[in-house]
Write a protein that binds this ligand. Structure first.
Ligand SMILES: *[C@@H]1O[C@H](CO)[C@@H](O)[C@H](O)[C@H]1NC(C)=O
Ligand SMILES: *[C@@H]1O[C@H](CO)[C@@H](O)[C@H](O)[C@H]1NC(C)=O
Length: 126
């Protein structure tokens, strides 16, 4: 291999490495927000209870002002509005407090059925 080709390959490797690293640190978006739901197996007033975990997977950034689509959400179990505040079809998660990396925001609710919950919007703050 010529010296020229060798140093070009080294240069490209470095460029790819830097792109990879910078993406890991700065490319954060709403899709880094995961919402998990599962039945707890408990019945409350004959309604099945569900546990919700909302997690920010973003490597270096918090997400705040997190809103979730929660159409028709209802619950017979009290849900603390500072954790999950139902405002029509959109629910606010964690009040105005930021959600840090890999810290579950968790609450339980109980209804006839589970509700579809999906990310609506957030502010990324790095
Ligand atoms: C966070 O949520 C995930 C997904 O539901 C769950 O597997 C994990 O046990 C939770 N971690 C904590 C500390 O509650
Ligand atoms: C966010 O919620 C508003 C109000 O319900 C809705 O019009 C909009 O389409 C939602 N956006 C996303 C990305 O789900």
């Amino acid at each position: 291999m010529s010296k020229m080709v060798d140093s070009t390959i080294k240069m490209l490797t470095l460029v790819f490495f830097l792109v990879f690293v910078s993406q890991g640190y700065s490319k954060c978006s709403l899709s880094d927000l995961s919402i998990y739901q599962q039945p707890t197996g408990i019945q409350l007033k004959q309604f099945p209870e569900y546990r919700v975990d909302i997690i920010n997977n973003c490597a270096n950034c918090v997400q705040k002002n997190v809103k979730i689509n929660c159409p028709n959400f209802e619950t017979v179990e009290y849900v603390d509005p500072s954790i999950f505040n139902v405002l029509g079809n959109v629910c606010i998660v964690n009040g105005d407090k930021p959600i840090a990396k890999n810290v579950n925001v968790t609450f339980n609710y109980a209804w006839h059925n589970s509700f579809s919950l999906s990310p609506n919007s957030s502010e990324i703050s790095c």
